[in-house]
Design a protein around this ligand. Structure first.
Ligand code: TXA
Ligand code: MG
Length: 286
């Protein structure tokens, strides 16, 4: 664990650090430094060409914010919403994967805001190894990256990643997350689900623990019929399910269970994001 001062020093020198956000922990580098951003890809084992989110306190220097983008930003920033907009030239290809768009998020977590204030915009994917469950505590980050300097901000309050809205054409939700579809539609009208851009969060098998995951409306009946060490993950109110989901998957994995039988969340509010992650966790790795 490191202090904010130490984290800022590492970032200024082109290094990477684990940082808390309100959604999940991020693997942070200075976003305008291509060599630092390359270290993020290398550490994660993430294929290059998969773009990163640029965390900013002011989007204007980095992306072209149209009226929809400004309205969404006014409604939900700082917070768990990412906007894909046309990039400005200052944003390096290392962040955008060479695309002519950039994903921008103004995060709510105070420690991350303080870091951005000190070192400028921060590029950060979730601080897990590629394809694994996202971290919601500093200990989760250290489990995946034992030598990484991490700023401890406690447990992430939202618990699932930001909602990504693509505004480069008709508004489309690329990934459900901390802001619900209904909340987005209240600001910009009807939005499509899914989009033009392939993204790692949209690969079929992502967010997957080692154990097999089965999702059902009737976990007790399903669990009773399965062989091996079977654990049940019961539904709870959507916000609570979201806040505890990744920690629960990691804890059950650590216990060495063979199968996690998870109950679908009520599909309301952040429940859509919970069910999206459960669906992906349940897809067998290929
Ligand atoms: O809550 C979050 O969004 C967390 C915290 C750390 O901010 N970050 C996160 O990053 O989930 P990551 O890298 O795990 O997921 C970012 C997603 C990826 O699916 C990526 O492909 C997509 O955002 N993305 C980034 N730039 C994009 C772009 N220009 N166009 C389309 N999708 C983009
Ligand atoms: Mg991720």
């Amino acid at each position: 664990m490191v202090s904010l001062d130490e984290a800022a020093r590492v970032l200024r020198e082109g290094g990477i650090v684990g940082v808390p956000t309100e959604t999940v922990y991020g693997l942070a580098a200075r976003g305008l430094d291509p060599a630092a951003v390359a270290r993020v890809y290398a550490a994660k084992g993430r294929p290059t060409g998969h773009p990163l989110i640029l965390h900013v306190l002011d989007p204007e220097p980095y992306g072209v914010m149209d009226a929809r983008a400004r309205a969404l930003a006014a409604a939900f920033w700082p917070g768990p919403l990412t906007l894909v907009v046309p990039r400005r030239p200052v944003v390096p290809d290392a962040v955008t994967g060479g695309h002519d768009t950039v994903a921008l998020r103004d995060p709510a977590a105070p420690l991350l805001r303080a870091l951005i204030e000190r070192v400028g915009p921060i590029a950060a994917p979730s601080a897990n190894r590629f394809g694994a469950v996202s971290p919601t505590t500093a200990a989760h980050v250290l489990a995946d990256f034992p030598d990484l300097p991490v700023v401890d901000g406690g447990e992430c309050v939202v618990g699932v990643e930001s909602t990504i809205v693509d505004l480069t054409g008709p508004a489309a939700i690329l990934r459900p997350g901390g802001v619900s579809r209904a909340e987005v539609e209240r600001i910009v009208g009807p939005v499509a689900i899914g989009g033009r851009t392939a993204a790692p969060g949209t690969l079929a098998s992502h967010y997957a623990p080692r154990a097999r995951v089965v999702v059902t409306h009737d976990p007790d009946a399903v669990a009773a019929g399965l062989p091996g060490r079977v654990a049940v993950l019961r539904a709870r109110p959507p916000e609570e399910y979201a806040a505890t989901l990744y920690a629960a998957l990691r804890a059950l994995d650590a216990q060495g269970v063979d199968v996690i039988v998870a109950e679908w969340c009520a599909e309301e509010g952040i429940g859509a994001a919970v069910n999206d992650r459960l669906r992906r966790a349940a897809t067998p790795a290929t």
